[in-house]
Design a protein around this ligand. Structure first.
Ligand SMILES: Nc1ncnc2c1ncn2[C@@H]1O[C@H](COP(=O)(O)OP(=O)(O)OP(=O)(O)O)[C@@H](O)[C@H]1O
Length: 620
């Protein structure tokens, strides 16, 4: 492991100490109006962190953050003034109301994503602003005044100077919690989901729960900001919760850097101050924010937070410091990663899959014995990938059933199947491109449930312990798979062969009982194919069933105990490699493509080259 230079390990804590001292001393240095601006800025900083968690971290376009903010403030105003509750009791009700709104807004995200989600959440935000403007409960455009000052151990919080310290404590707690989430399993899972929801689901992350969680977390920050705002201003009106305020908030997150929580805070500070300076030019200011957002999205997608990297400061994550791909050396981490439950068999019974009239699979019957390596071959378009997509839960079959390890799995989705021990790789590599290689493996090693994220609130020490354990396991696994040199790099910066190895390590890290490999040798050179053969064999020997979809017939012939041949969506042959290549139906199926026919019956040299030097020993 590389050591951090001393200057860097001192510089960061020193910066935090300086920022802390400045924040504590701030009220002593400013007048009454500036402290008001600072107080409002802190409210926006809390709001921006919440939006950053949904938008930046989890990739959920959330234009309803302004509604969560408004609900926090309005419910507090109504409950304290109409119902006469105390401030803090009302604050609890407000927070619950915001969370309920967060869950409700999260539900559409289970069905729609990207700009559609933007439209839905914008609609919900508009519905909220329309309701507060027109409802008698919210006293329409007049708003609600006489919100009480929050009582706090005799401290006079009607002073905006003292209120600042209350806000500062809440802000620091909110920032610390957000950074904790970002750096541990929940944040990693959200980032993985943002990068590739299909791969995240297929590797065991419950994407639906994660999306709901993203909106819930965002709504908590929105609700807290609303409560702070109502306690500060002691008056709420629709003017504070308009769509233009939502776009200002969006601008804060985009300009600050949506994928960095500290960036979101920076954006909130910069734009809150800019808003103050531009109060006399409100219309031009709106135009200006719009323009800056567009420029930021196009030319600086990482915002202010990404400036140091763009200026060449800080850590380089790709390119220059690249190391070497080492040989696979199986050890305790590989053994520990493989499931204790032992290999699972796969029984496929009459599976059919039709895509809008196109019959991709028809009455497929297949048996993969536990602990075997079964090859699935066939001409292009014969249905191999579709079959893998069905048995890994990505596609629901149109007809038929299948069972994994004796359990009927037809109705299970990819997440449930992953938890049942089905792991897979993808033909077109679906690594999480914005996560490091280490984080890709960590994501897969972490088998905790997203729904158990309440541990973040009730027992954060447990989260930290798990994180330490996972990191130690990941380092070992990376070393055994020969990819430790690339641990800190983004996969997209790596050559294809290394990416394939990372994807294999990630699949093994899920602790599989059956491993589905979709053309794992595509794009690999001879030496890399030999390493692949060794890895697959070792994993099988450690107690994993393997299904290998492959065009490299040398590899299939040398590795597989059995081979099934698909043609036009049907199994036309199934048996030992020798039986299959001698089958006239197979030869006929390949006749249309003479190059594949040549591949189908490789000579012994090709087999040895593809499978490594010890191929003959294994075949014996
Ligand atoms: N999502 C989809 N929608 C529509 N058609 C699809 C879909 N997925 C696969 N198909 C079609 O189903 C057929 C089988 O495709 P599939 O990718 O399973 O073949 P394959 O044997 O894996 O091919 P290759 O060896 O080229 O990867 C093809 O005709 C393909 O166009």
């Amino acid at each position: 492991m590389s050591r951090r230079p001393l200057t860097r390990s001192i510089a960061r804590p020193a910066l935090w100490v300086v920022v802390g001292v400045v924040l504590l001393a701030l009220p002593y240095t400013v007048g009454p109006y500036p402290i008001h601006v600072v107080d409002v800025t802190l409210v926006f900083a809390v709001l921006a962190i919440g939006l950053g968690m949904a938008l930046g971290l989890a990739g959920q376009i959330n234009l309803a953050q302004i509604a969560f903010f408004g609900i926090g403030a309005y419910v507090l105003a109504i409950v304290t003034t109409d119902a006469g509750w105390g401030f803090w009791a009302a604050a609890v009700v407000s927070l619950l109301a915001s969370v309920v709104a967060g869950l409700a807004v999260g539900v559409p995200a289970l069905r729609v994503q990207s700009h559609y989600l933007g439209i839905v959440t914008l609609g919900l935000a508009l519905a909220f602003t329309s309701w507060v403007t027109n409802s008698s409960v919210t006293q329409g455009a007049n708003g609600i005044s006489n919100i009480p000052v929050p009582p706090l151990l005799g401290v006079d919080l009607s002073s905006e100077y003292l209120y600042y310290y209350l806000e500062l404590v809440v802000f620091v707690a909110g920032l610390a919690f957000a950074l904790f989430v970002v750096r541990t399993r929940l944040g990693r899972r959200m980032r993985a989901m943002r990068d590739d929801a299909i791969a995240a689901g297929a590797l065991g992350a419950d994407v639906r729960v994660l999306r709901l969680l993203a909106f819930t977390v965002s709504s908590v920050y929105g609700g807290v900001a609303g409560i702070l705002y109502a306690g500060l201003i002691r008056y709420v009106s629709p003017d504070s919760f308009t769509i233009s305020t939502m776009f200002l908030l969006l601008a804060m997150v985009v300009i600050g850097g949506r994928q960095s929580i500290v960036g979101c805070v920076l954006g909130a500070v910069v734009l809150s101050l800019a808003r103050e300076w531009l109060t006399d030019f409100a219309t031009y200011a709106q135009l200006g924010y719009g323009l800056v957002v567009v420029l930021a999205v196009v030319f600086a997608p990482t915002g202010l937070a990404g400036l140091p990297a763009r200026l060449g400061l800080g850590r380089r994550r790709d390119g220059a410091e690249r190391g070497a791909l080492h040989d696979f050396v199986p050890g305790p981490a590989t053994a520990a990663a493989v499931s204790d439950a032992g290999p699972a068999d796969l029984q496929v019974e009459g599976i059919g899959k039709t895509f809008r009239g196109l019959r991709a699979l028809h009455e497929v019957r297949l048996s993969v014995p536990a602990g075997a390596i079964k090859g699935v071959v066939g001409p292009n378009g014969s249905g191999k990938t579709t079959l893998l997509n069905v048995v890994s839960g990505l596609y629901t079959p149109s007809t038929g059933e299948y069972a994994v390890g004796g359990v009927r799995a037809t109705a299970l989705g990819p997440t449930a199947l992953s938890r049942h021990g089905v792991a897979r790789t993808f033909q077109n590599l679906r690594l999480f491109a914005d996560l490091t290689v280490r984080d890709n493996v960590l994501f897969a090693l972490d088998r905790s449930r997203s729904a158990a994220s309440a541990e973040y609130l009730v027992w954060p020490v447990g989260v930290v312990r798990d994180e330490r354990r996972l990191r130690a396991e990941a380092e070992e696994l990376l070393a055994e798979f020969g990819i430790a040199d690339f641990a800190d790099l983004a996969p997209r910066s790596l050559p294809y062969g290394i990416q394939r190895r990372v994807e294999l390590a990630r699949a093994v890290a899920t602790g599989p009982r059956i491993l589905l490999l979709d053309e794992p040798a595509a794009g690999l050179n001879g030496q890399e194919v030999a390493q692949l053969a060794q890895i697959v064999r070792t994993i099988r020997d450690r107690g994993v069933t393997v299904v290998l979809v492959e065009h490299n017939m040398g590899l299939v012939m040398s590795l597989c105990d059995e081979v099934a041949v698909l043609a036009n969506g049907s199994v036309i042959a199934d048996g030992t490699p020798e039986q299959v290549v001698a089958d006239p139906a197979v030869v006929e199926a390949y006749l249309g493509d003479s190059s594949q026919l040549r591949d189908l019956v490789p000579d012994q040299r090709t087999i040895r080259e593809a499978a490594g030097d010890d191929a003959e020993e294994v075949r014996a």
